[in-house]
Design a protein around this ligand. Structure first.
Ligand code: HPA
Length: 260
């Protein structure tokens, strides 16, 4: 199965008719739904578990990505709930991640632990697959999904939200949106040569943003913003998977590992 969707906060399934698989990896077990749409099998994985039971800093990112690799996945689209630091990206709107800044602290973040005596690095010139990003934009137009633009994502460790001063600093560094999960997910996919794209669904203004009229972040604000767009985002992923002939000849994802 070459195609997969990873659902973030608020996105726990993509279709009713599914079969389930449990994949064993050296990092742990992972439950995956297999959805068959027009004869095409697509794997679906809920990043935080079906009931949103796993907090962002404890998600077993390595098991998740390794499990997808084990079943033959080459292309992943993911959703990510994000707060906005950019006045042009309001709650309820959709952005496509194009780069990240990493402020995570303690989570396992690589497959490259040097156990076999080889030192490996991975190129991050294009963390999010340029080919899948382009195809997502094209399909979104056909699906009638409005995308506000590209975004630089800053990843924090969580599970707490950021302070107003942190957000001010991240904004100065060039971040557009903030979340707690995309690193190391995007990095691990690249380490295994998988094309990966994450689409941000803006759920709230980041802490202390002047435009944040209510002055605090609420659960209702987050879940309702996701409801507005999640169906169209998922439909757009599936449209790419069904309509486009995908290959890894138009990006660098399958050869980004540098061995020394
Ligand atoms: N900060 C961090 N993660 C998030 C936010 C936020 O404001 N909104 C949704 N995920």
């Amino acid at each position: 199965m070459e195609k997969a969707i990873i659902g973030g906060t608020g996105v726990y399934d993509v279709a009713e008719k599914v079969s389930q698989k449990t994949i064993n990896t050296k990092y742990g077990k992972v439950d995956i739904d297999v959805v068959t749409i027009e004869g095409e099998n697509v794997a679906f994985l809920a990043r935080h578990g079906k009931g949103h039971g796993v907090p962002p800093h404890l998600v077993n990112y390595r098991a998740n990505i390794m499990a997808l690799k084990h079943i033959g996945v080459k292309y992943i689209y993911a959703t990510a709930a994000v707060g906005s630091l950019n006045e042009n990206y309001a709650p309820g709107e959709v952005v496509v991640l194009k780069d990240f800044i990493d402020f995570t602290k303690v989570r396992p973040f690589t497959f490259f632990e040097g156990e076999d005596g080889v030192v490996r690095h991975v190129d991050m010139s294009d963390p999010y697959c340029s080919n899948l990003r382009e195809k997502f934009y094209k399909a979104a137009q056909k699906e009638g999904l409005s995308i506000k633009g590209d975004a630089v994502y800053v990843c924090t460790e969580g599970p707490r939200f950021e302070t107003a001063s942190e957000i001010k600093a991240y904004k100065m560094l060039g971040a557009d949106v903030v979340g707690m999960t995309n690193v190391p997910e995007v990095v691990l996919a690249k380490e295994l040569g998988i094309c990966y794209v994450a689409v941000g669904i803006v759920t709230n203004w980041a802490t202390g943003m002047a435009v944040n009229s209510k002055g605090h972040i609420s659960l209702r604000e987050i879940t309702s913003a996701i409801e507005v767009n999640k169906e169209k985002v998922i439909k757009t992923f599936i449209r790419v998977f069904l309509e486009e002939k995908l290959d890894q000849d138009h990006c660098h994802c399958s050869n980004s590992v540098i061995e020394l």
